[in-house]
Design a protein around this ligand. Structure first.
Ligand code: WT7
Length: 655
């Protein structure tokens, strides 16, 4: 963090939009005045302009029972109709919705008409499987077109999807299926990753069979896409193949209207304490802000642009900017199944060249790994189609921002750094590329219609050139509507901190510079950000302690050149295990263990075997001190420790 503050103080590079870019931009500077003069009217206009309403709304915002908002509450719409049918009906059915490329090199070009047809068939299949309004469907798929079709078909029925990232283990999948009470699971035999077929169906089988005592199994059917053709186990009466059911189903399906506040999806995200939170999003407000930000922040010219958001649908970025927003806006996208390194570094640049990508949206962790591989790799490709670059997921340090602009953007392409969260549903803070003079490393200004501030612990505005906590001071259309099944936790986690002001607390530290622009400084709680994905220390600690050799564990984030933060674990072993095993052997075993318990992304970079952990008198682990050790810094103030000598012991054991 101190490094970022240094940068911040020195950062005086500024990049104004070129006159050419500004002239052709979708919006100009006047949009800010328009939004500021009356936010509620402004969002009402956006909702009417950007979406089709089966039943128009009269009420834009109902904030009579905060923090439970209703946006466009008496309106009705169908999210899938907005993403598909209306484009086909307007004569744009032949436009490409996705250029799909599988990791092995197989390709499919999917038009809006074709995607609409597939979604209608799938909607009929799901109806037959008993899925209706409000039912939950879990989606556990690789990045293939069937994943996109699944989300849209579920939305079309007014049902609720819960996507579980394909990299998560059977245990994580089971916890999410149970929490949401899913009725159907859509999965695949497997997917391709790093040149190998990875298995998915086997995890679904495990999640559904190996149940805890007294846990009611809610899943009735499993729909399976054949992707890798690997062998799978089959449960008759429960499992059915996509390729048997979907093509045989009728392609006639009329989208029914649902209330604006009908739930659209649940997406699980880590919190400070244990259990992941099922973040709930609804329909009209979410789609309005998604479409609005996609159009304005990415300066979308839908007829000519080719948009590529590299996020997996397992994360919110894949929901909002690889699925709903671009489709609502009628954009053409690239969809890629695999990793940037397969079969060799440069695969992403090959895809940009091949499909003529004009707008490229990715994460700082990816940019940093490309920097490490060297500029020669992208420079061997023709990237001249690119006219706009976007970043999301964690702070992008100024050097990575400059490299992105210089090497990928030929030294001329605007870079927008977009701050938002699973909870916010859509972009909240970002430059507008045709309007804002950009600064490397700063997310800068709230998007029109969004109200954010940086405040002190009492909730008072800190002013310029000062640091504090990031809050949203007014409700916004794409805001989360709750935590699935736990309204109290929703209020506690996000609204308790500044309850007298009614502010939403985002959990991030931030700073305003002398111009009032916002710089994000990372999470203030015990949540880490690894490669742009939020992981909770508590969850990983629980996994470590679940291993028979572990007595106690503490996890912190240590800075990492590539992933932003890396998981660093301090573990106390049960003595009996040290008698028969080496510490190194057990450390390696624990790394692998976390990988199978939670998923590869949570696997610790380092596992340090220690004798003690630093604790306060009330028994709270002082992660701040462990962070110092993980970073190789001098250990900070140890006065509140119950035993002040413990840190010197730990430091010695780690070195
Ligand atoms: C957390 C949200 C929303 C997409 C991906 C992550 C961090 C996100 C930025 C940015 C600095 C950022 C924050 C935030 N974050 N974007 N542009 N600059 N930090 O979604 O898993 O819900 O994580 O990611 O710490 O709170 P998420």
């Amino acid at each position: 963090m101190s490094q970022q503050i240094d940068h911040l103080l020195n950062e005086d590079r500024r990049f104004a939009p070129s006159p050419e870019f500004a002239k052709n931009a979708i919006v100009g500077p006047e949009i800010y005045d328009d939004a500021n003069s009356d936010r509620v009217r402004f969002w009402g206009e956006q909702a009417r302009d950007l979406l089709h309403w089966h039943k128009p709304f009269s009420d834009v915002l109902d904030w009579s029972n905060p923090p439970f908002a209703k946006w466009f509450g008496d309106g009705e719409l169908n999210v899938a109709y907005n993403c598909l049918d209306r484009h086909v009906e307007a004569g744009r059915g032949d436009r490409v919705a996705y250029h799909f490329e599988g990791e092995p090199g197989d390709t499919r070009t999917i038009t809006y008409a074709q995607l609409t047809d597939e979604v209608k068939r799938l909607a009929n299949v799901l109806t037959e499987l008993g899925v209706g309004q409000g039912d939950r469907v879990a989606v556990y798929l690789p990045m293939i077109p069937e994943a996109i079709a699944s989300l849209l078909a579920i939305a079309r029925l007014g049902a609720v999807h819960s996507v579980v990232f394909g990299g998560f283990s059977a245990d994580s999948l089971r916890a999410r299926i149970d929490d949401a009470g899913a009725k159907v699971v859509i999965t695949a035999d497997g997917g391709y990753r790093k040149g190998r077929p990875s298995a998915l169906k086997v995890n679904v089988d495990e999640a559904l069979s190996d149940r805890g005592e007294g846990v009611q199994a809610t899943v009735e059917k499993v729909l399976v896409v054949r992707r890798t053709e690997q062998d799978v186990e089959w449960t008759d009466g429960r499992d059915l193949w996509w390729h048997d059911a979907v093509p045989a189903a009728s392609a006639d399906h009329e989208a029914q209207p649902f209330p604006s506040e009908n739930p659209l999806f649940i997406l699980y995200t880590s919190g400070t304490t244990g259990r992941p939170k099922g973040i709930l999003h609804t329909s009209g407000g979410y789609l309005t802000q998604a479409a609005f930000t996609h159009k304005t922040v990415f300066d979308l010219h839908a007829e000519t642009d080719v948009f590529w958001c590299t996020a997996d649908i397992g994360w919110v970025t894949g929901h909002t900017y690889a699925t709903y927003a671009p489709l609502a806006n009628g954009a053409t996208q690239v969809l890629y199944e695999g990793t940037p390194e397969f079969p060799e570094p440069g695969r992403w640049w090959d895809l940009i060249e091949k499909y003529g990508v004009t707008i490229f949206y990715t994460a700082p962790t990816a940019v940093r790994s490309f920097m490490k591989q060297g500029r020669e790799i992208p420079q061997k490709r023709d990237l001249s189609s690119i006219r706009l670059l976007g970043s999301v997921g964690e702070p992008i340090n100024p050097e990575a921002w400059m490299w992105f602009r210089d090497v990928i953007g030929a030294g001329a392409t605007p870079v927008v750094d977009t701050w938002w969260q699973t909870e916010t549903g859509a972009i909240m803070i970002s430059a507008l590329p045709g309007v804002t003079e950009t600064k490397p490393g700063s997310a800068q200004v709230p998007v029109p219609g969004v109200a954010i501030d940086v405040v002190d612990e009492k909730g008072d505005h800190v002013g310029n050139d000062a640091g504090g906590l990031l809050v949203a001071t007014e409700p916004w259309p794409a805001m989360l509507r709750g935590i699935w099944g736990d309204p109290d936790r929703f209020v506690d986690t996000y609204w308790r901190m500044f309850s007298d002001k009614g502010y939403y607390f985002a959990g991030d530290g931030a700073r305003r510079d002398a111009d009032g622009d916002v710089w994000l400084l990372g999470r203030v709680d015990d949540v880490m950000n690894v490669s742009g994905h939020r992981l909770s220390t508590a969850e990983i600690e629980s996994a470590l302690v679940a291993h028979e050799a572990t007595a106690e564990a503490a996890v912190v984030g240590g800075s990492d050149e590539t992933t932003g933060q890396a998981v660093v674990a301090f573990v106390i072993l049960k003595e009996s295990f040290l008698k028969t095993n080496t510490a190194e052997g057990l450390a390696e075993e624990l790394r692998a263990w976390v990988g199978t318990q939670i998923g590869a992304i949570a696997r610790p970079r380092d596992v340090y075997i220690v004798d003690e952990l630093p604790k306060t008198r009330s028994g709270k682990i002082m992660r701040r001190l462990l962070r110092d050790v993980a970073e190789g810094r001098e250990v900070g103030d140890t006065q509140t420790l119950a035993d002040t000598s413990v840190m010197s012991v730990i430091t010695k054991q780690v070195r």
